[in-house]
Design a protein around this ligand. Structure first.
Ligand code: ATP
Ligand code: MG
Length: 424
């Protein structure tokens, strides 16, 4: 036998048994963004490598070691998108969507990062994200957080995620803090690990979220970003906190939260769960007022977040909230004998016509009663319709419940749609 070819490590198939849950997650997302008046944007999966280098930052985990970068046939350097914000800004600039106007956008789709695959961390994964442009005030920071909180409500996982919040100040404040932090780290250089030493000058804020306990211990006495904030940044943050209080969204201020991408300023946040081990961040984002300008557009305030779909799916499965996902088939139509096939197909078609949301599968390939009932059961359908010669002669259809012990019904064909409708 020929050797089978396997999927690429860290890239998953979403199998038919899992796709109903994925679809449910996606459908909750779609109705939530729609309830907030956001518009969808779809960008290509491949972009110029420079786009990500210039936006995410040269000295970030993503750009340093996680990107799928390759030369196109004409030697252009291309990259499979590792995230959605850079592409959204690129498209916004290119099509003049961001110039002197407000945009509330969302996207959903696969992202690619060459990471070590483990639970909740894959090389192809999916993100849903929102990006809002043109609004500098904290009310819109609150809006995107409210939108995310509504998602938790709809998924039924509100009790299992919590919000961590921080502010990074504006560019000048960050720069002043950066200098103070470097000065502090220089005094403790010997105790830092290799990663932190390397980042100390290039991206010192990243040292703050070092995973090393020794580094964390040193940081206890490090200067605090909050002390470097000017009035405007302070007011922005306190306004956001007041709005969140007013709408009942609880949060913890985490002064160590800096996020792994370079483009954030002021507000940064993460929604985290305790139920997924170390891959606990399910949604992360913040404000990035400098990025549109940095990528060649006119300076435009912006705020957004990205949510990892795999982690939400895993969380729903872990909490056993994936049980009442709707089955793929509602009604399975059988034909008892070859002479009944045409009528069975017609009845199925009439049902689909009359009840457009009903999921109707017809049995194909013949076989005896037992075989057809086995298939009906395996389809997950709630009811089997039995079309035999007697039923056809009497203009009737037998409706057999498959998931409860109720009696089989004999329904006039003219009343079939009404009866089925009443059963769901
Ligand atoms: P982490 O700290 O877990 O590496 P990150 O800071 O790299 O996350 P972002 O780039 O902000 O994450 O992406 C937003 C969200 O996308 C994450 O919170 C997570 O839910 C999801 N995500 C990121 N990388 C992966 C991955 N490799 N596999 C699955 N989901 C991911
Ligand atoms: Mg990461």
């Amino acid at each position: 036998m020929a050797k089978q070819i396997q999927a690429i490590r860290g890239m998953n198939d979403i199998l038919p048994t899992q796709s109903p849950l994925w679809q449910q997650v996606e459908s909750v997302i779609r109705s939530t963004v729609s309830a907030y008046g956001y518009s969808e944007i779809r960008t290509p999966i491949v972009e110029s490598t420079d786009l990500f280098k210039r936006s995410i930052g040269e000295v970030t985990d993503i750009v340093e070691k996680e990107m799928y970068t390759f030369a196109d046939r004409n030697e252009d350097s291309l990259t499979l998108r590792p995230e959605g914000t850079a592409s959204t800004v690129r498209a916004g600039n290119e099509h003049g969507l961001l110039y002197n106007q407000e945009q509330r956008l969302w996207y959903m789709g696969p992202m690619f990062r060459h990471e070590r695959p483990q639970k909740g961390r894959y090389r192809q994964f999916h993100q849903f994200g929102v990006e809002v442009y043109g609004i500098p005030s904290a009310d819109v920071d609150a809006e995107v957080l409210m939108l995310s909180a509504r998602l938790w409500d709809s998924f039924g996982i509100k009790e299992h995620v919590k919000l961590e919040l921080n502010t990074l100040g504006d560019t000048a404040e960050r720069a002043a803090y950066r200098d103070a932090l470097i000065a502090f780290l220089e005094q403790h250089k010997e105790q830092l690990d290799e990663d932190s030493k390397r980042r100390m000058y290039s991206n010192p804020l990243r040292v703050l979220d070092s995973k090393s306990p020794q580094v964390q211990a040193i940081l206890t006495d490090a200067p605090a970003l909050m002390d470097y904030l000017g009035e405007e940044s302070k007011t922005h943050f306190s306004t956001l906190c007041e709005l969140l209080d007013a709408v009942g969204i609880e949060y913890t201020v985490n002064p160590r939260l800096v996020r792994g991408l370079d483009y954030y300023n002021r507000t940064v946040f993460e929604w985290v769960t305790d139920s997924l081990g170390s891959q606990g961040t399910v949604l992360a984002g913040g404000r990035y007022d400098g990025l549109v300008g940095q990528l060649g557009g006119k300076d435009t305030p912006a705020v957004g977040f990205a949510m990892g779909l795999e982690r939400i799916v895993l969380l729903l499965q872990t909490l056993e909230l994936d049980k009442d996902v709707a089955p793929v088939v509602d009604v399975y139509v059988t034909a008892m004998g070859e002479k009944c096939v045409v009528e069975a197909i017609k009845i199925a078609q009439e049902l689909r016509q009359n009840l457009p949301t009903l999921k109707v599968m017809t049995h194909c390939g013949g076989g005896n009663f037992k075989k057809q009932m086995k298939r009906a059961d395996r389809s997950g359908a709630e009811y089997a319709l039995i079309i035999g010669e007697d039923e056809i002669a009497n203009q009737q259809v037998a409706v057999k419940p498959l998931r409860n012990k109720n009696e089989q019904l004999l329904v006039a064909r003219a009343d079939l749609a009404t009866t089925i409708k009443s059963l769901f």
